[in-house]
Design a protein around this ligand. Structure first.
Ligand SMILES: NC(=O)c1ccc[n+]([C@@H]2O[C@H](COP(=O)([O-])OP(=O)(O)OC[C@H]3O[C@@H](n4cnc5c(N)ncnc54)[C@H](OP(=O)(O)O)[C@@H]3O)[C@@H](O)[C@H]2O)c1
Length: 339
């Protein structure tokens, strides 16, 4: 399996490091030995190598902030030219998320699929905005589009849904944003919102501009993916009711556990007859709810389906290597489907 990476930032590097550590095991266990034949990044340049770029060398180049063209001819090619010339079977789309347009990822994905290349992405934008269209395009072209990393990073949610579940999921409810969960956990322990946010920023959990997390846009994109692609809805971002955590009363958050409750930012979607709805907002959950027990940057999701009732999955929802694991899991799923 020949891979072309478009975007070689934190997740790309995390993926390369996980491959470096576990490549031998994957080869032995599954006969799976992917080869990275191209890497293209706006900041770090481009390298093409039909024989394959060694993960160790790629990792070192990232750590040394070296231009990738030192590793193989790359020049000033655009992403589309790299995808075409690489001869790759799978394109890993790992560029930054734009929740309004889905670009540049949406164009990269459409181009790759129409050129009959499988795509693995961790980018929420294109999947939230154009998921069904892109999946149909993949099918038309006889290739796969997988996006495990988009909702719970490395926690295998879609693999579970794809391979472990045989009846329709009726409802999903989750803590899908680790940053806000971390802030709420700290507020419950007595910090103000501003102090908790500053700590999240210091630890690298929150961006300098935290709007996407604290106002619920990130969770909205994730619940939109689940509403449309798991519950088979047809929702747009404007159809999802959204409220963030910035208006929560800190005293309320701190006192809730004394009353057997805990405040969480909950993203929820459900199918009711022919309708699917979705919303994001703070909720006061009873401590008996498994979601109320999930603290810090962890993510969790409860799936409701017959005859299992409620099934809750808890795991890491962010981090370069964790998300790199999702990329590798998607590649392995494609490999196993092909073999
Ligand atoms: N990090 C996580 O924990 C995590 C978890 C789940 C999902 N994700 C998603 O995974 C994707 C990658 O995340 P990340 O943390 O790796 O982001 P990142 O560190 O910002 O890396 C993205 C890289 O892509 C480059 N880039 C931007 N536009 C490009 C283009 N048109 N063509 C080629 N390269 C381009 C960027 O260069 P510049 O810096 O010069 O723009 C940057 O080097 C994002 O969509 C993110 O939302 C991340």
């Amino acid at each position: 399996m020949k891979l072309c990476l478009i975007g070689y930032g934190n997740v790309g590097y995390g993926f390369v490091r996980v491959l470096l550590r576990h490549g031998g095991w994957l080869r032995e266990r599954f006969g799976f030995a992917p080869r990275i034949v191209a890497v293209h990044d706006l900041r770090r340049g481009t390298a093409l190598s039909p024989e394959g770029l060694e993960p160790a060398i790629l990792a070192q180049a990232w750590e040394g902030n070296r231009d990738l063209s030192e590793l193989g001819p790359g020049g000033k090619r655009e992403a589309f030219a790299v995808i075409e010339e690489s001869g790759a079977d799978v394109v890993l789309e790992l560029t930054p998320t734009d929740l309004r347009t889905g670009e540049p990822a949406a164009s990269h994905i459409r181009f790759s699929l129409t050129h009959k290349k499988h795509v693995v992405t961790t980018n929420k934008g294109p999947v939230a905005l154009f998921g069904k269209e892109l999946l149909a395009l993949a099918q038309e072209n006889g290739v796969k589009l997988r996006f495990e990393g988009t909702v719970m990073a490395g926690t295998p949610l879609f693999s579970l849904i794809d391979f472990g579940i045989a009846t329709p999921i009726r409802r999903v409810r989750g803590i899908l944003n680790g940053t806000t969960n971390f802030i709420l956990t700290k507020m419950e322990a007595g910090k103000t919102y501003a102090e908790a946010l500053a700590e999240a920023q210091r630890l690298g959990y929150a961006e300098a501009d935290p709007t996407a997390d604290v106002e619920g846009f990130d969770a909205l994109a994730k619940i939109l993916i689940l509403a449309n692609l798991v519950l088979d809805g047809d929702l747009r971002p404007a159809d999802v009711l959204r409220e963030g955590i910035t208006k929560l009363d800190p005293q309320e958050v701190q006192n809730a556990p004394k009353e057997g409750c805990r405040w969480k930012l909950v993203a929820e979607a459900a199918r009711e007859g022919r309708e699917v709805w979705a919303k994001v907002g703070p909720e006061r959950l009873p401590l008996s709810d498994p979601l109320a027990q999930v603290g810090g940057v962890l993510n969790a999701i409860t799936l409701e389906l017959d005859p299992l009732g409620a099934l809750t999955l808890i795991g890491p929802g962010a981090g370069p290597e964790v998300t790199g694991h999702a990329v590798l899991a998607d590649l392995l799923a494609i490999h196993r489907g092909l073999s």
